[in-house]
Design a protein around this ligand. Structure first.
Ligand code: HMG
Ligand code: MG
Length: 302
């Protein structure tokens, strides 16, 4: 299959990128990160989580973050909502899209959201219903779609099964997530082809963590399977607290650089993103994980 002319990049650093930070990241810094990203042209930013602050303390300031950002017209600000309590908070905060998040692995479901896959779907049902009633977009994320830290390789049938259940809840978009980054291109192609047999490919996204350095290849394989939505995180920030050893999402700068080379439109200003990646890494006191971001900064400094 040929590659698309255009893709949508969902920037997840304010949520997935920061949720695992040990030191609390100031609310003002989170807000500035989101505002810089929206100014760079992202049409979808995952801004916060309305989850238990005991489970994920870093995301405890979601309401303040949402209240403090400057809304860019046309940008969808998404937040994670595991249950009705999270949904009510998301609605009050003016989220444009709520994200329910389940797993294709029973063990991960238990570790991440403390219930079985079936229980999670039952918990998501009222959230999905309420989101539709309120006219919000609804997205579902399927963790461990390629592999699980507790169960190993995930059977494709389990991913398809959860995707079908999420679709039945009325989801506008469904994320196939490689939480621990173990997936490789051939398998990604197989999983994406199987999922798009039951879900319109225009509604499926690829969410790849770069733990094994496979993300760009996996994105290419997913595009060849008809996928046109990808998640990424500036400077490659991130990791899931319930997936030990898993590193951040694929770096946005690297994805944008690849798309540019392929002549695929993103609508995003790579240079502005690279500057933001550098700025955020300095604030977090570390080197950027983005190869393209680091190279662009070196070129600028030369
Ligand atoms: P639980 O303990 O089973 O449920 O948690 P609970 O209803 O008994 O709640 C426990 C406590 O949390 C209670 O407080 C609730 O009030 C409170 P207490 O009575 O002990 O003081 N609580 C809440 N507080 C604020 N907002 C809420 C909320 N709900 C309950 N919405 C629960 C179940 C799902 C809440 C919990 O397990 C949780 O919050 N887990 C966090 C999961 C999470 O955020 N994981 C990381 C994001 S997912 C991810 O990174 C993967 C992704 O990137 C894709 C990929 O890469 O795979 C999306
Ligand atoms: Mg993730």
């Amino acid at each position: 299959m040929s590659l698309p002319n255009k893709v949508k990049i969902v920037e997840v650093s304010p949520r997935d990128g920061l949720q695992n930070e040990k030191e609390f990241v100031d609310t003002a810094l989170k807000i500035e990160l989101i505002d810089r990203l929206s100014a760079a042209g992202f049409v979808n930013i995952e801004a916060a989580s309305f989850v238990s602050p005991k489970w994920v303390p870093q995301m405890a300031d979601g309401a303040e973050v949402m209240a403090g950002i400057t809304r860019r017209p046309g940008t969808i600000y998404s937040v994670l909502t595991p249950n009705m309590r999270g949904f009510e908070a998301a609605l009050a905060a003016g989220a444009d899209e709520v994200v329910i998040f389940g797993a294709a692995s029973e063990a991960f479901s238990q570790k991440n959201i403390n219930c079985s896959i079936a229980e999670s779907i039952a918990r998501f049902e009222p959230v999905a219903h309420a989101a539709k009633e309120a006219g919000l977009r609804l997205r579902a994320s399927i963790s461990c779609a390629l592999g699980c830290p507790y169960q190993g390789e995930t059977p494709i049938a389990s991913v398809v099964d959860v995707a079908q259940r999420m679709l039945a809840l009325g989801c506008d978009e469904i994320d196939v997530a490689d939480t621990i980054g173990t997936g490789t291109a051939k398998r990604v192609g197989e999983v994406m082809r199987a999922v798009t047999e039951v879900v319109d490919p225009a509604r499926v996204s690829g969410h790849f963590h770069d733990t094994y350095g496979q993300s760009l290849a996996n994105i290419l394989a997913a595009m060849e399977a008809g996928i046109t939505i990808f998640h990424s995180s500036v400077a490659g920030l991130g990791g899931c607290p319930y997936a030990k050893g898993a590193t951040g999402n694929v770096a946005t700068e690297d994805v944008l650089y690849m798309m540019q080379g392929l002549g695929i439109e993103t609508g995003i200003d790579l240079e502005a993103v690279a500057d933001t990646g550098l700025w955020m890494s300095q604030h977090l006191n570390r080197k950027s994980s983005s190869r393209a971001g680091t190279a662009l900064a070196a070129r600028k400094a030369a």
